[in-house]
Structure formats: structure tokens, C-alpha cells
Ligand binder design. Structure first.
Ligand code: ATP
Ligand code: MG
Length: 380
């Protein structure tokens, strides 16, 4: 009998011919997450098993953050042998209500699931005076998973992970990370769909402080494991913002800044082969997130812009931020470049041609080029 950790996945089962590829990806990501911990990860067809470890809790905590994992159980591993399983079950100490669940993936196992569950239930009753069967709300559930690899896994609990798809091999996404609550959550949501991302942050030093930048680096480090980030780019928008402030209609300050952010993101996508830009925008949250504002930013995007929070309410976003431990950092009161030169009445329904007209008042391209040339790259 071995103590092992059993890992189940969900959406990967729907991948047909690509199931092998996704399983391999998941195994690699699990190995990355468990890097430095002595253990073995084994593919046992439709399940994964971690064995030969010392501290199960440490491993489970790490596995809970690996996308693609549906649930995890501490289990014992026995041979697919009727008597071996019965011997084990008859030694269990059970008090109060219980039920036995049997899953027979190994169709060569001689007893059908329901019949075997009844046999095992009877054994528990015979060996435990205080035990009674309750199939609806049992205190203890004895799960018996008889697998195709000739092994049976017995466990009580399901520890749920985030599900989703395993992070891809390549860092295909570029996450626009501000210091706020929304953008770390946006990165997390896209990572849950398998998008590995690096990070782009804009500051307006000296209008924004060094501490504001430090705060975003802390956030980046907090979400790095989830989103698989390796690099964070820091781009100073100071020059551009000053020019907009001096020469353009102040109502367009944020609108023009956002279009510039996307243009900088375009340049990084081109240079480093990212395929998509991710933002934490949510429809109607502020003036720059109306359909018209989003249309003007989309108009300059050369890559698809993913906005996973577009339909989320703030409290839904906050709930995830707390769960992924970014909330406390996000609410630290530092400035963001979007709060510098903040117009009193930002344009709510900008038109593309009006944004373009404002941009034509400055020499945008060389300014953008110098902003892009001066991007700082931080290895996380
Ligand atoms: P957040 O919590 O993400 O800051 P917000 O409600 O403050 O959200 P905005 O400031 O309008 O929203 O920003 C919308 C999105 O634009 C952010 O979610 C982020 O993806 C991007 N963004 C805003 N400011 C920055 C910045 N300084 N650096 C990088 N991306 C930014
Ligand atoms: Mg913000």
C-alpha cells in the first residue's frame, strides 16, 4: 500500500486527438510547480499520480495553483484485487454516517460498481458499531477508484483546484498591469484559459513615485506563478503625457493615453512575438471603458485585445483578487499614470476621428518611438 496524491482533470478529457498534448503540458507545468520538491509525477491514463514525497500538504498547496487540474485527493494505492480492497476497507475506523462510492474504470474488475459499493458498505457496518449508511449527506465518503493501470485509489476528500486549461508552452500574452485591483485578476482569468503572459506596466515618473512602481513589481511577483510570467516591461509615458497635456484637449487625456498604451503594446508584441494584449477593462466602469472609448482603443490595436473582466462587477473582481492574494497590495494608495493630468470631464463617447484629430496636434510617432526605445526590462 502506498500513500499517493491523485490528480484529476476535466476539460482535457474533451480534447480528442489533442488530449495527449494537453496532458503532457499539464505534467510539465506540475513538474515546474513542484520544482525543488523530491517526488515523482506519473501519468496513469485519465489521472495523474504524485508519489515518493515527504510532505503532501506542501505539494497540494502548489498543485491548487496549476491550471488544468480539476481536483486533488490524498489517497492510498492498492492492487485491483477484490480481497486486497476488502481487507483495507474492513480495517477502516468509521463512526457516524458514511457511504461508499465505487468507480470502476477497469472493466476487467469482476464486480460491478454498485454491487461492490454495497459489499464494502456491509464490511464497514460489520466492523464499526457506530457506523450507519447515509447516501445523501454522509459524514464520511469512502471513494474507491478502480483504474485501468491495475491500481485502486481510496480516498475521502476532493480538494478543488481552478480547473481551466494548462498554461501554454509560449508566453503568448502581454498583460497590461496597473497598480489597481482589476488587471492582476484579468491576468489570472486569462491564465486559467491557458494563456501564459508577460507583463507591461506604464508609469509617469516623477509624477508617479518609485514606490508606485515597487508596488506593481510586488503585484507582478504575486501573479507570476499563476500567469507564467518571466519578464515585466516598464514604460515611462511622462513625455507623451506632458505633450498631450500641453497641446491637446484635456478631455481626451485618458483616451489618448490609452491609445498610446496599445501602440506601445503593439510594438512589444511585434518585437517579442506576443499574440494578444490583455487588459482589466470592465464595460462602463469608467469613462475610458464605454463602448465608444473601447472602440477608439481597439482602432489602434494590431493584436486582439482580451478583456476577460468585461462583464464583471467590481465585487466579483474583488472576490477573485482576495482569493489570489493581490487585493491587499492593489489597494495600497499609490498613484497610477492614469491619475496624472486627470481631466475633470473625461470624454465618455469619443469618436475615432476626434482622437486622431487630437493626436495630430503633436508629433506622435517620434515621441512614441523614444518612449518604446526607453522601455526597461525586468526579469521577474
Ligand atoms: P485596474 O485595477 O486594472 O487599475 P482600473 O479600474 O483602474 O483598473 P483603468 O485605470 O481604466 O482601470 O485601466 C484599465 C486597464 O488598462 C487596466 O486594467 C490595465 O489593464 C490597463 N492599465 C491602466 N493603467 C495602466 C498602467 N499604468 N500600466 C499598465 N496597464 C495599465
Ligand atoms: Mg487602473
Amino acid at each position: 500500500m502506498n500513500n499517493i496524491i491523485l490528480i484529476r482533470f476535466n476539460e482535457i478529457h474533451l480534447k480528442g486527438g489533442n488530449k495527449k498534448y494537453f496532458t503532457k503540458l499539464l505534467i510539465n507545468n506540475i513538474k515546474d510547480a513542484l520544482d525543488g520538491i523530491d517526488c515523482k509525477v506519473e501519468d496513469i491514463q485519465n489521472r495523474l499520480v504524485v508519489r515518493d514525497y515527504e510532505n503532501a500538504d506542501e505539494i497540494i498547496e502548489k498543485l491548487k495553483c496549476v491550471f488544468g487540474i480539476h481536483s486533488i485527493s490524498r489517497a492510498v494505492e492498492l492492487d485491483n484485487d477484490v480481497n486486497t480492497i476488502k481487507d483495507y476497507i474492513s480495517q477502516l475506523k468509521i463512526s457516524g454516517s458514511f457511504k461508499c462510492n465505487v468507480n470502476r474504470a477497469d472493466k476487467s474488475f469482476p464486480i460491478k460498481s454498485n454491487d461492490f459499493a454495497a459489499d464494502l458498505g456491509e464490511l464497514v457496518l460489520n466492523n464499526n458499531k457506530d457506523a450507519k449508511v447515509d447516501i445523501h449527506t454522509p459524514k464520511t465518503t469512502i471513494n474507491v477508484d478502480i483504474r485501468e493501470n491495475g491500481k485502486t485509489y481510496i480516498f475521502n476528500e476532493f480538494i478543488f483546484a481552478y480547473d481551466g486549461l494548462p498554461l501554454g508552452e509560449n508566453r503568448d500574452g502581454l498583460l497590461l498591469l496597473s497598480g489597481g485591483i482589476d488587471s492582476p485578476v484579468a491576468g489570472f482569468c486569462m491564465a486559467k484559459r491557458g494563456l501564459r503572459q508577460d507583463i507591461l506596466h506604464f508609469d509617469s515618473f516623477p509624477y508617479t513615485s518609485k514606490l508606485a512602481k515597487e508596488k506593481v513589481i510586488t503585484l507582478a511577483k504575486k501573479i507570476k506563478t499563476f500567469i507564467g510570467a518571466k519578464y515585466m516591461y516598464v514604460c515611462s509615458m511622462t513625455k507623451l503625457q506632458e505633450e498631450f497635456h500641453i497641446h491637446c484637449n484635456t478631455e481626451f487625456a485618458i483616451n489618448l493615453l490609452r491609445r498610446s498604451m496599445i501602440r506601445v503594446a503593439n510594438a512589444l508584441c511585434k518585437k517579442y512575438k506576443y499574440k494578444t494584449i490583455v487588459t482589466g477593462e470592465s464595460l462602463g466602469q469608467v469613462a475610458s471603458q464605454t463602448i465608444e472609448s473601447l472602440t477608439t482603443t481597439n482602432a489602434v490595436a494590431e493584436y486582439p485585445v482580451m478583456r476577460p473582466l468585461i462583464s464583471f462587477n467590481k465585487d466579483e473582481i474583488v472576490k477573485i483578487a482576495k482569493e489570489i492574494n493581490t487585493f491587499e497590495t492593489s489597494i495600497l494608495p499609490y498613484e497610477d499614470c492614469c491619475t496624472v493630468f486627470l481631466p475633470r470631464n473625461p470624454v465618455i463617447k469619443p469618436k475615432i476621428k476626434d482622437s486622431e484629430k487630437e493626436e495630430s496636434k503633436i508629433d506622435l510617432l517620434p515621441l512614441l518611438k523614444s518612449v518604446i526605445d526607453n522601455i526597461e526590462v525586468i526579469e521577474l
